[in-house]
Design a protein around this ligand. Structure first.
Ligand code: NDP
Length: 283
């Protein structure tokens, strides 16, 4: 019987590809929590109603992905300071009074993956962050709080990068430019926060952006190395990572917000990585 089990879900459009149900089911098994987590397709313009229906049917919390993170921000009666600033919410929690609390866990997810899983130190480093969409907005505060020497946002549409840098300028040394203005600068850490990899594309970048021993990180993840990861490997990056760890870490933070229990992420990352390897070997 599932009638009284707490329900959670990820809402998006499209959503079929989501790994969140698998991740949260593994977290629940590992921590002995009784819950059901599903992937829910919401129609564009119907997010609020979809959330209401879900809550009325026993929903206790939601993850929110493209294109609803701003709608989720608007839905939340209260927000964490980091969500308030990011202007995006990826985690909603039903509170005792029936209202929704909104938070964003993408920043902590990226940070934990970089620093704890991969041992990358951010303090004193130069960072290039490519893209200026919701994902980049969500990770800026977490990165700047680590006190990098500088953080440059470069985006295809320049004015979005400049605006973002302006919005976060009180938190550190941050600037924005167009992709064609990166010029000859070299960086310790280069993060691809564009959705170019989703289309199998590579943002146009200068050939020498990596310092010696630099690290390259693509927020995208797939069984195969993304175009950005392949390009990084052949253009001087010493370490190259995908965003699978970020995905699992941001999910763990959401799980903690909902259940008050922090799951172990390493075994879940390992299991998803193994599934990728098996998928790759069968292709
Ligand atoms: P958005 O749609 O909000 O933003 C997309 C960004 O990518 C924009 O800056 C856009 O530039 C840029 N872009 C798109 N196509 C290209 C291209 N061909 N060349 C150069 N730039 C391009 O998406 P999100 O910010 O929400 O997501 C970005 C990526 O991050 C996705 O791949 C997503 O899967 C990933 N992600 C991963 C997470 C994880 O846990 N691992 C969590 C959240 C996101 P412009 O402004 O010019 O249109």
């Amino acid at each position: 019987m599932t009638a009284n089990i707490d329900r959670y879900a990820v809402f998006g459009n499209p959503i079929a590809h989501s790994k969140s149900p698998q991740i949260h089911t593994l977290f629940a098994e590992q921590t002995g929590q009784s819950l059901i987590y599903t992937a829910e397709l919401a129609d564009i313009g119907q997010f609020d109603q979809a959330v209401k229906n879900f809550i009325n049917n026993g929903g206790k919390g939601l993850n929110v992905t493209v294109p609803f993170k701003e709608d989720a921000w608007n839905c939340a009666a209260q927000r964490s300071p980091r969500a308030q600033r990011a202007g995006a919410v990826n985690t909603l929690k039903l509170q005792d009074d029936g209202s929704l609390f909104g938070d964003t866990t993408d920043g902590i997810g990226l940070l934990r993956d970089l620093t704890q899983n991969h041992g990358i130190q951010i303090k004193g480093k130069t960072i290039l962050l490519i893209g200026a969409g919701g994902a980049v907005r969500g990770v800026l505060q977490a990165l700047l709080e680590q006190q990098p020497t500088s953080l440059l946002i470069a985006n295809r549409t320049k004015h979005k990068a400049v605006q973002l840098a302006d919005d976060f300028s009180d938190l550190g040394q941050i600037s924005g430019c167009g992709l064609n203005e990166i010029n000859e600068a070299r960086f310790d850490i280069v993060i691809n926060g564009t959705s170019a990899s989703l289309q199998g594309e590579l943002p146009p970048l200068p050939d020498s952006i990596f310092k010696t021993a630099a690290c390259s990180y693509d927020m995208m993840y797939s069984a195969q190395a993304t175009p950005f990861m392949q390009w990084s490997s052949t253009h001087g990056a010493k370490q190259v990572f995908d965003g699978l760890g970020m995905l699992v870490e941001q999910a763990a933070e959401s799980f903690y917000i909902w259940r008050g229990v922090r799951p172990e992420t390493a075994p879940v990352i390992k299991q998803l990585r193994l599934a990728f390897t098996q998928q790759k070997n069968s292709e």
